[in-house]
Write a protein that binds this ligand. Structure first.
Ligand SMILES: [Zn+2]
Length: 349
């Protein structure tokens, strides 16, 4: 651990160096069989709260400085589509309580979370609906006494500004991150850097990008944002090998497989397209060099990636105790207790 103390808030910690925030809870619990792909609603918060607390702890053990309450897609539009609108309040309150407990017990920051509503459109009716959705979730976040709020995966600039307004009305610190599709702009038609500049001007404390894009196609946009704004910048890519031709994980294809439903690896067949831990470490170094100080990994993240990211930034985490050391490997190692014939036999493996 570094010189940070539990008493420091997000901005104090950012003033001292990078802050790591692990995201990607939806994908991880889907993979484990506790959350359904499609609607992607975090019912696990009520059904298996101990597992949510467990993954928070795994991410902190690996180096996350932030425990993000798992309220992603626990908003009214999503609860309605699975016919469980009546559970919205208990689910939000429970997720906030779990995150707060783990953050307090580990000396990390507790973050509330709001996200893309998929209900936004630039008309009065939609704006009103979205404003109400943000307002009710922010109310529960205020009650829970979270350290700051993350508004994430926002596809519309205007919706991002509305999320920010709701957070600022509650006088909380705001991290606002946009999800940028193939065209490097939000749905309003504003460039990612213009949108971030507007957010900064409207009072966002940290602005940047999360989700959709992998390290390779997110970094160039982060560079433009870093040049444009003065506040801390956030970069939380998905850990997949996106390319210029397929810049988002939704657009990725897998030439190595012809049995994926609809021929689209997103969201349940992305494994062969995953970045490895070394690519995540490289992203961390590159982004940090650009001046991006709030770093993490989104959908597809796993603890080993967070550990690599943390170590790339010069940290030693509790999980570093088990970071690879191949010197003691029976066949590939160099330790003097190892059998020489095994080391020679490695050529046959
Ligand atoms: Zn994501």
């Amino acid at each position: 651990m570094d010189a940070n103390t539990a008493a420091d808030g997000l901005l104090e910690r950012l003033a001292q160096g990078p802050v790591i925030c692990a995201e990607g809870y939806l994908f991880e619990f889907e993979r484990r069989g506790y959350l359904q792909s499609g609607a992607f609603v975090p019912e696990i918060v009520l059904e298996n709260p101990q597992m949510v607390a467990g993954l928070h702890r795994e991410f902190v053990h690996a180096g996350s400085d932030v425990v993000e309450a798992f309220t992603y897609y626990a908003h009214r539009a999503k609860m309605r589509i699975i016919g469980k609108e009546d559970l919205i309040e208990p689910l939000n309150r429970e997720a906030l309580s779990i995150a707060g407990t783990v953050a307090r017990e580990t000396g990390t920051l507790a973050a509330g979370n709001i996200c893309n509503t998929n209900a936004f459109a630039p008309d009065a009716k939609a704006r009103l609906e979205v404003a109400r959705m943000f307002e009710e979730q922010i109310g529960w976040i205020v009650d829970a006494g979270m350290d700051f709020v993350i508004a994430e995966t926002l596809l519309w600039g205007e919706e991002a500004l509305m999320a920010l307004e709701a957070i600022k009305r509650a006088e909380l610190t705001a991290v606002v991150t946009l999800a940028i599709p193939r065209v490097p702009e939000v749905r309003d038609g504003w460039s990612s850097e213009d949108t971030c500049a507007r957010l900064e001007q409207a009072g966002a404390d940290v602005v940047g990008l999360n989700c959709f894009r992998g390290p390779r196609t997110m970094l160039p946009l982060l560079a433009r944002i870093r040049e444009r704004v003065s506040c801390p910048v956030a970069g939380l890519p998905v850990p997949f090998r996106t390319t210029e031709a397929e810049p988002t994980f939704v657009s990725l294809t897998d030439p190595g497989c012809d049995c994926v439903p609809d021929g689209r690896p997103f969201p349940t067949a992305l494994e062969p397209l995953s970045c490895n831990r070394y690519e995540i470490a490289q992203f961390g170094r590159d982004a940090h060099e650009l001046g991006v100080d709030y770093l993490g990994v989104c959908c597809g993240a796993a603890p080993h990636m967070i550990r690599s990211l943390a170590e790339a930034l010069g940290r030693t985490t509790p999980a570093s105790r088990y970071s690879p050391d191949m010197s003691r490997h029976a066949y590939l190692g160099t330790h003097d207790q190892l059998r020489k014939d095994n080391q020679e036999y490695v050529q046959e493996l």
